[in-house]
Design a protein around this ligand. Structure first.
Ligand SMILES: *Cc1c(COP(=O)(O)O)cnc(C)c1O
Length: 357
């Protein structure tokens, strides 16, 4: 089976780097575990590294964290389903919300089990995923807050997820301004002004975040040391805390164009090929069932991923400096899409490592 090596010491280091940078600007870091489907060992490494709490998009992942004995504050990132309000309050300490019907259910559950609960109201500053549109927020609170019988713990926003909108002084400023307006108009102090994710880090580093913003939700920078929204790496972090390793099962010289009439491939696409003559190809025991190929970077820069099917990855090793043989191990670094998919595959073994190499 392919093996996912997880270097916990590197995750701790990446966490410390991010936490220290944000702390200098008065911002707490929440460690986001959805990229590793709530792997408790990784969550603990984030806590060791100094995050103030954890966050995940799925209750199932959060259940896993709680079952592993983690009692740190946990935030639910995805809007709660009304039908799961009781579990949400039981398992988490806060959640991101945009619907008053859901907020009312959470408030009711929290009173029922006498557990204080943090409602963070999401403000959409333009990315057009979740949240109340920024110019409607005050009106919306005025209409609903009394019936809810619950104070807001804070407000938050998310950028760069659907619309690809980057954080700016303008859109972050809008959030901070709304926070001030809410506190004034409703005499309701807000504990948390939350932004995310990794794409907000450069603004924090440059000291461009509005001073009111005091929490940032970070996954990618901690797990992978990367900011994919800018195709950049994060300073003083490891990009190889996760390594996917597997074996070569065939090496043959083959033409670069298939022979015969081309139909659809295993995933319904009509493939296109360029004639580059005879190429040396290695078939690797790793399939699209296991991982999204676009999220893989071979550690051998001479190896090119050509494509594959459910159970094979096909690579071109003609230009590699390595003299591969069948049975040799090949290794890949991961991008977010690769990590998310590989961490839920039952066909991949996980091996936790403490060394740094
Ligand atoms: C995934 C997610 C984050 C973390 O984003 P990264 O880019 O992985 O740092 C933060 N907030 C929300 C709401 C998310 O869904």
């Amino acid at each position: 089976m392919p093996r996912l090596e997880i270097y916990l010491q590197k995750i701790r280091h990446n966490t410390r780097t991010v936490v220290q940078m944000c702390k200098q600007k008065g911002i707490d870091v929440v460690g986001v575990t959805k990229g590793v489907s709530g792997m408790p060992e990784v969550a603990k490494a984030m806590l060791d590294g100094g995050v103030c709490g954890l966050a995940d998009a799925r209750l199932r992942n959060i259940t896993k964290l709680r079952s592993a004995g983690i009692d740190a504050p946990i935030m639910l990132l995805r809007l709660p389903r009304l039908s799961r309000a009781a579990s949400v309050v039981k398992l988490t300490d806060s959640s991101l919300n945009s619907e008053w019907s859901a907020i009312r259910s959470l408030a009711k559950e929290s009173r029922k089990i006498r557990k204080p609960y943090g409602i963070i109201l999401m403000v959409d500053v333009g990315d057009l995923r979740e949240g109340i549109m920024f110019h409607h927020v005050l009106r919306s609170i005025r209409r609903n807050i009394a019936i809810t019988k619950m104070h807001l713990h804070g407000i938050g926003t998310n950028v760069g997820c659907y619309g690809g909108v980057l954080p700016s002084e303008k859109n972050m400023g809008i959030l901070a301004q709304i926070a001030g307006d809410i506190e004034k108009q409703f005499s309701m102090p807000l504990s948390v002004i939350s932004v995310g994710g990794t794409n907000c880090l450069p603004m924090v580093e440059k000291g461009m975040m509005a001073p009111r913003i005091n929490q940032i939700r970070i996954g990618e920078a901690i797990l992978l040391g990367r900011d994919s929204s800018r195709n950049a790496v994060v300073k003083d972090t490891y990009q190889d805390a996760f390594v996917l390793a597997t074996e070569i099962v065939e090496i043959k010289d083959k033409p670069s164009e298939p022979i015969g009439t081309i139909g659809r491939d295993a995933f319904g696409k009509v493939p296109v090929f360029k004639d580059k003559g005879l190429r040396r190809r290695a078939l690797v025991a790793l399939g699209k069932q296991d991982v999204r190929f676009a999220g893989l970077i071979p550690t051998d820069p001479g190896m090119k991923i050509l494509g594959g099917s459910s159970d094979y990855l096909i690579s071109d090793i003609t230009e590699s400096g390595v003299n591969y043989r069948v049975g040799d191990e090949v290794r890949f670094h991961l991008l977010y899409a690769g990590l998310v998919t590989v961490s839920i595959s039952p066909y991949v073994n996980r091996v936790f490592k403490e060394d740094i190499k």
